[in-house]
Each structure stands twice: as structure tokens, then as C-alpha cells.
Design a protein around this ligand. Structure first.
Ligand code: BG6
Length: 489
């Protein structure tokens, strides 16, 4: 049975950076899909805003191309697209000087309509845009502001940014997006944990040996020279996506899916993370940077060559994290993420403890720990690895097999992009899948000491060949504890 689609109230969706990369690749296609899925009510409007001089017609042409480049042809219907483009208009705006905000105001006549101000721009403009929206009296009761990561580059700058936006908008109007929370399998993690009686009694240090979280990418720097070299993998991936995943695995059951119920529980996990300071950092963290190698069957340059400048920025991080609370004491969470790795795969592995005693002789073969593998991408799904008897004659021989729930095989239909769900939640005013201010700051409190330890020791990022699984130190990090990374392929 499919659930009924309830359209949201009409809204004005204003994209700052409307002609930029995020708008083109993610926001416009996501909005198109949700219109096609009958989630819009009329009159809903989409307004592009950026410094580029353009008129409505040109913006519509830009949007049309974005849809044809980033939406699968089978979903593009002429009538649907025409309706979509009819919603569009454009305002040239200068975030710094404030030019164009009055024009924007005029195009938003009805102050009762829901307004979404989506800041798909460099974080350095967040404060100016937010202040200008306030100064030009564009912030109504039903307005929301959406900000993309990075929220700051450390605790201090994150606080400063949160203060500025917090002066203009109430916390209930601020949507700090982490697109990982919009991924279907990430939400499925909550379903798996809290809609099944099976796992929760085992979900603790008495039964779980350790947890692994891997977010591996094959892409390199991808034209993001200015941003990435100043950020590095710790700020770009661990501070947000990886820690959010860790929170969803580790949190206590919230009383409901209500936004603050969920976010309170995540915050407790972040606050319980053991600080990794200068003494522990060399033992518990690995930072790497890719060198020339091969990716997707062809040769690729090293990071420094791609960047065109010398740099010690990390493109790979592995961390042994620990959560100091009753549920998780003694259960390491191994995190690793990197660019130009052997394959694109994101997954969470929950490894259970060994059986206490084997009744089988040596001829039965090894008995592997049970593993629950939650695959976020690609080929989303959940695998529960168990031991079984190998069928047929030859005595009791044991074998590990996965109980395999692949999304593609179990469900028909289109796999929605993370942004679709998140955008509609913004319109609905549902903050469950967005980061609250204190969460972002608690995450920085854990990240800052690691970054400081690295900066202080002037330790070079360790080289790894593009197309491999990162520096050998990452393998040593987990093998020292008698464990191995789950082989992802
Ligand atoms: C972004 C990071 O937040 O997430 C990028 O800034 C990264 O560096 C991207 O490539 C990965 O997202 P996804 O959805 O492709 O796994």
C-alpha cells in the first residue's frame, strides 16, 4: 500500500545562488520532482536570486537546462516542465550592498505565504544575506532560512555565525542542512532501530564489539579548489556527515520523531564523545592525502598537482572514536572517509561480539562475528551476516551468509534524492532532519582538539595512492585492536 501524498501549503522558494552549482544540480531538480509527485499547492513560486544579471526568461532557460541535464529523461514531461518554469522569476541581488532586496520584497507580495530563503552561496555571505533580509523586513512569521554546511571552521566561528543568523531568525526558523540526513537509508537506520524489537535489546556494549562507519568517494578535488583546501576532510565530512551518522547509531530511543526529541538524544551522544587531544591524536587518528594513481580505470593526478600548489590538507581521515556512557563504554567507533579511494561506498557496520563458546570442532571452519551492514550508497540496503550450515554432505561445515535486503529489489519506483525530502521538510517546518545550533557547536567541540593536535604537531598528511583504501596507517589503526575494516566493494 502506498501512503497518501499530502500537498504542502503554497510557498515562495527563494534561492540565493540561484544560478550556482547546487541550485542547478540539486535544488531545481528536487523541486521539479516534488511538483511532479503532486506535493505542491498553488500558487507556489520559485525565485532565483544572485549577483548575475539575468531576467526571468534567462533564469527559466537556466532552470530548463538544469532539469534536462539532471533529471532522468523518463521523468521529464513537457506539460509538467512548462508548469514548473511558469513558477520561476529572478531578481539580481548584491548580498553585500543590499541592492536588489527591495525588488525581492516587491516580488513577495503576500506576507502570509510560507517563505523559504535558501542560502546556496559561500558561507562568507550568510551573515550579509540574513542581515539584509531582516533589514528589508522580509522575515515574516512563516519564513525559514536554510544554510548549507560548513557552519564555521571551528567552534568560535560557528558560534559567531549562529549568533548573526540567530539575531535575524528564531531557532525554529533556521534549517541547518546536512544532506546525509535526507538519504533514504540514513532515515532507514531509525526505522531499523526503532520499528523493530529485534535489535534494540542487543544494541549496547554487552553485545556489540565495535562499529565502523565508512564514507568513501572516488572523486578528487572537483573544481572546489578554494573551499576544499581550506577545509580538508575532517571539517568537510567528519564534523557533519560522519558525526551525524554516529549519533543516529548511538543515540538512545527518542520519545517520538518530534524534532527536539531526536535532536536532544543526538546532542547527548556528541557531548559524551571522549575528547581526542594532542597525546591521543597520533594513536587514534590518521590523516592522509592522495598521490597520483588510478581511478575509474584511468590515471589521475595527486592532490597537490590537482591543486597546483603545495598543501598539507588531508583528503582522508580515519579516527577511533569512543563514547563515554553506559551504553557504549568500551565499544570503539571506527570512522573513515576519503577522496580518491578504491570505490564509492558509504556504509555502517555493526559487528556483534563473538559467541561465548563453540560446540563445533575445527573441521566446521571459523565462526565469524555477526555483522549488520547498512549500505547507504550505492545499492542501498541492509545485510545481516549470520553463520549457517553449509548444505549437503561433508559433516557440519559452517558458512557466513548475508540475509540481504536490497532496496532496489524490494521496492519499485524512483529513488528520491536526499534534497527532495529535506526541502519539503523545510516548507512543512519540520526540523527533525536538521541540525540544531547546540549540535553543530558540540560537534566542533570534539573536532577542534583533533585539528589543533594536527596543526600543533605539524605532522604531514600521509600519502596514499589514488584508487586504494587510504594510508596503511588506517589499516594499522584498526588492526592494532585485532579487528579489520569490513571489505567494501
Ligand atoms: C559534501 C562534501 O557535503 O558531501 C563533499 O562537501 C562530498 O566533499 C559530498 O563529496 C558527498 O556527498 P554524497 O551525497 O555524494 O555522498
Amino acid at each position: 500500500m502506498t501512503s497518501q501524498i499530502i500537498p504542502v501549503d503554497p510557498f515562495d522558494f527563494i534561492i540565493f545562488g540561484g544560478t550556482g552549482d547546487l541550485s542547478e544540480r540539486k535544488l531545481l531538480p528536487a523541486l521539479y520532482h516534488r511538483q511532479r509527485d503532486h506535493q505542491f499547492s498553488e500558487p507556489t513560486r520559485i525565485i532565483g536570486a544572485s549577483r548575475t544579471k539575468m531576467d526571468d526568461k534567462e533564469f527559466r532557460a537556466f532552470a530548463k537546462k538544469a532539469i534536462s541535464d539532471h533529471v532522468k529523461p523518463e521523468y521529464i514531461e513537457e506539460k509538467e516542465l512548462a508548469t514548473f518554469l511558469d513558477r520561476m522569476s529572478y531578481v539580481t541581488i548584491d548580498a553585500k550592498s543590499g541592492d536588489g532586496f527591495e525588488a525581492l520584497k516587491k516580488s513577495l507580495a503576500d506576507s502570509k505565504r510560507i517563505r523559504v530563503f535558501y542560502l546556496a552561496v559561500a558561507p562568507s555571505l550568510f551573515g550579509d544575506i540574513s542581515d539584509n533580509l531582516k533589514a528589508h523586513k522580509l522575515v515574516t512569521t512563516d519564513s525559514r532560512i536554510v544554510v548549507e554546511k560548513p557552519i564555521g571552521r571551528d567552534l568560535e566561528s560557528a558560534r559567531a555565525l549562529n549568533d548573526i543568523i540567530g539575531d535575524d531568525f528564531g531557532e525554529h526558523q533556521i534549517f541547518r542542512i546536512d544532506h546525509y540526513l535526507g538519504k533514504e537509508t540514513v532515515q532507514n537506520l531509525m526505522a531499523l532501530r526503532f520499528a523493530n524489537a529485534l535489535y534494540e535489546p542487543l544494541w549496547n556494549s554487552a553485545h556489540i564489539d565495535h562499529v565502523q562507519i565508512t564514507v568513501a568517494e572516488t572523486v578528487g578535488l572537483e573544481d572546489r579548489v578554494t573551499y576544499y583546501d581550506k577545509a580538508g576532510a575532517l571539517r568537510d565530512m567528519v564534523q557533519n556527515h560522519m558525526l551525524q551518522l554516529l549519533c543516529l547509531v548511538a543515540m538512545e530511543a527518542p520519545a517520538s520523531m518530534e524534532a527536539n526529541a531526536v535532536r536532544d538524544e543526538k546532542l547527548k551522544v556528541l557531548n559524551a564523545l571522549k575528547r581526542v587531544n594532542g597525546n591521543e591524536a597520533p594513536k587514534q587518528t590518521v590523516r592522509g592525502q592522495y598521490r597520483a594513481g588510478a581511478s575509474a580505470g584511468g590515471p589521475v593526478k595527486g592532490y597537490v598537482e590537482e591543486l597546483g600548489a603545495d598543501s598539507n590538507t588531508e583528503t582522508f581521515v580515519a579516527i577511533k572514536a569512543e563514547i563515554a556512557n553506559w551504553r557504549w563504554a568500551g565499544v570503539p567507533f571506527y570512522l573513515r572517509t576519503g577522496k580518491r579511494l578504491a570505490s564509492r561506498v558509504s556504509e555502517i557496520v555493526i559487528e556483534f561480539k563473538p559467541i561465548p563458546h563453540s560446540i563445533f570442532g575445527e573441521s566446521a571452519g571459523p565462526i565469524f562475528n555477526n555483522q549488520l551492514v547498512i549500505r547507504l550508497q550505492p545499492d542501498e540496503g541492509v545485510k545481516q551476516y549470520i553463520m549457517i550450515k553449509d548444505p549437503g554432505p561433508g559433516g557440519m561445515r559452517l558458512r557466513q551468509i548475508p540475509l540481504d535486503m536490497s532496496f532496489a529489489q524490494s521496492f519499485d519506483g524512483r529513488a528520491p534524492d536526499a534534497y527532495e525530502r529535506l526541502i519539503m521538510d523545510v516548507v512543512r517546518g519540520n526540523q527533525t532532519l536538521f541540525m540544531r545550533r547546540d549540535e553543530v557547536e558540540a560537534a566542533w567541540k570534539w573536532i577542534d582538539p583533533i585539528q589543533n593536535a594536527w596543526d600543533g604537531s605539524r605532522q604531514e598528511a600521509q600519502g596514499y595512492t589514488a584508487g586504494t583504501w587510504g594510508p596503511s596507517a588506517s589499516i594499522a589503526l584498526i588492526e592494532r585492536d585485532g579487528r579489520t575494516w569490513h571489505e567494501s566493494n
